[in-house]
Design a protein around this ligand. Structure first.
Ligand code: NIG
Ligand code: FE
Length: 409
């Protein structure tokens, strides 16, 4: 917040669309009261606004992008699944490990045993890794508790992390992640309970910004999604879906019918469903690190998504099983190299399109007048440099609501 500031001698990438994630076309911006009030070429800045700028920051020709957004994470969990990684290296598949009671359920056991303080301690290094890379907004899902109070604790921890780290957090209720042992063999009943009993209670506690379901082979069905999404609709909550990671079980059609914010993974996606997503304005969230970790094939049909006009986002999917990754820059690089996104699509995927997937746009995820003044100053001059490097973080400074929150210019 506070008085106006001019940020000059910059290369500003507005990221209002893929087209404007391409070339810096502005060299200055003005912030005031935590918002962007002007973006453009400095000579065209009005003398009146210029005179209001109490502070002038010279960015020495550096790249400026919106704060990055990680729109799909399971950041809060206890324990790890490194032993399963080693097992997969010996040839046992992810789905096989899950059938044996490992996988998600093994993280559920660890998470149920962890109190809030332990969950915060475990999640903090992962969050800090993302913050260091210029992430200013993040989605955090529940889904490793699978009882009312264990899910509540995960979501409360997500809210606590938001307060402690000055980051925008959107919480997503994902009790429909796996059938817990208490409901073994009674999956449909579990879905009715998590939809009709737990969801209204957690929404009443202000813990739920969106509702998600893992709709796939070996997980929940399209009919389960209808049960859950009907309950979400009654509460006025937006929905999203893990869909098509392993198989197309008809989930996307349901998601589109409920105007889902996003469908995520989508390695398996028909042309008809891509058209449905476009029609519904549902964002495709691509998760290349999960694809890489599981050594999956084929990749999501990116050209099909482009042809249909579906907006694509990119996220880490940070989780202990399929994506032990706390680097949004690595996810961008992999989206380019494994899924053949252009560097501009990858950048739009972690800014404006990620904001759409979290219902944060237009105030977040792009740099246009009226937007929240969350942006990153990079030791780079072109936007494609962000996807080009791996293992090198060129984030120099992060500005949150118009003030330097991290690093220095
Ligand atoms: O996004 N596919 C389901 N959910 C997660 C994996 C969670 C886990 O394995 O713990 C995912 O890939
Ligand atoms: Fe996920």
């Amino acid at each position: 917040m506070g008085p106006a500031a001019l940020w000059r001698n910059a290369r500003v990438v507005p990221c209002t669309s893929v087209a404007t994630a391409t070339a810096p076309d502005a060299d200055a911006l003005v912030t005031e009261d935590g918002r962007v009030v002007w973006v453009g070429r400095e000579p065209t800045l009005s003398p009146g606004l210029r005179a209001r700028c109490a502070t002038v920051h010279d960015l020495a020709g550096r790249l400026v992008t919106p704060g990055l957004i990680d729109c799909h994470t399971h950041l809060v969990f206890a324990g790890d699944r490194a032993a399963e990684f080693a097992e997969r290296q010996r040839g046992v598949s992810y789905e096989e490990i899950a059938r044996r009671g490992g996988g998600i359920l093994s993280t559920v056991r660890a998470t149920r045993a962890a109190d809030a303080a332990a969950l915060i301690e475990a999640a903090t290094p992962r969050l800090e890794s993302l913050l260091r890379e210029g992430v200013t907004a993040i989605e955090i899902k529940s889904g490793y508790g699978l009882t009312l109070e264990d899910e509540a604790r995960m979501l409360e921890v997500a809210r606590t992390l938001a307060r402690r780290h000055d980051i925008e957090v959107r919480t997503t209720y994902l009790a429909a992640h796996a059938v817990p042992p208490e409901f073994a063999g009674r999956g449909a009943e579990y879905v009715r309970v998590l939809a009709r009993e737990w969801l209204p209670e957690l929404a009443r506690r202000g813990l739920v910004d969106a509702v998600d379901i893992y709709c796939d082979r070996g997980a929940f069905s399209a009919a389960d999604a209808v049960t859950l999404f009907d309950a979400a609709r009654e509460l006025g909550l937006p929905v999203k879906m893990h869909a098509g990671q392993f198989a197309d079980v008809g989930g996307v059609e349901v998601a589109a019918r409920f105007a889902a914010l996003s469908c995520d993974h989508l390695e398996e996606l028909s042309a008809a469903d891509a058209a449905r997503m476009a029609q519904a304005g549902t964002v495709a969230v691509l998760l290349p690190v999960a694809y890489y970790t599981l050594g999956q094939a084929p990749p999501p049909p990116v050209q099909r998504l482009r042809d249909a006009g579906v907006l694509m986002a990119v996220a880490t999917d940070c989780n202990p099983g399929t994506s032990p990754c706390a680097s949004i820059l690595l996810a961008m690089n992999m989206a380019c190299r494994l899924f053949a996104l252009t560097a501009e699509e990858a950048l739009a995927g972690v800014t404006c399109h990620a904001a759409r997937a979290l219902a944060l746009s237009p105030s977040t995820g792009s740099l246009a007048p009226g937007a929240t003044a969350d942006f990153v100053v990079w030791d780079a001059t072109a936007p494609y440099e962000l996807s080009y490097w791996t293992g090198l973080n060129r984030c120099r400074a992060v500005v949150r609501r118009g003030a330097i929150a991290r690093g220095k210019l």
